[in-house]
Design a protein around this ligand. Sequence first.
Ligand code: 5GP
Length: 194
Amino acid sequence: MYNFTNMNKTGKLFVISGSSGVGKGTLLKELLLQHPDLKLSISATTRNPRPGEIDGVNYFFTKKQDFEKAVQNGEFLEWTEFNGNYYGTKEAYVRKTLSKGENLILEIETKGALQIKEKLPDSILIFILPPSLEELEHRLRGRNTEDELSIQNRLKEVKREIECSKQYDYRVVNDDLSKALKELEEIINRNLGV
Ligand code: 5GP
């Protein structure tokens, strides 16, 4: 028996952003485990792989020169420079996935997210907020991996992103993982018409 459920139906595009230290990675991992109907997009980046990261799984690790060529060829739906590296989402991949009726999640920063909203107004933008700036500062300091200057810079960037998030469709506060996950799932289900 054929499954006609997704015939002629375009998939939904969800864009999720959130500052570092906000628990976005854990939330996304849980969401994807519970939703096999969501596909996570793989971005291209010029940054070096971190230990354990695999090309074609975490990112398409790309040479700066090749990335710039793809920009010139208009291959990106959005791209940006972040912390001295380029990150971008290939347009052909997104359009092909959506046209097959598959739902896609992009986990990208705010400048890219707003570019997507402009090009694809039906996309759904979700921002994960920290419970408070004080709490986030506490989490960042708790990691004990950064000096004072980089912590200050990160906090400045967080404030800029939170300002940007006012243009998002939804904002979810991650003060409790299971509560935030439930809220995120409700947003997704509502938009999928489940
Ligand atoms: P990281 O280097 O820690 O993996 O990612 C740094 C930032 O780049 C994160 O905020 C992540 O969401 C963002 N990012 C990852 N891929 C893309 C992308 O394709 N486009 C944009 N605009 N940002 C991305």
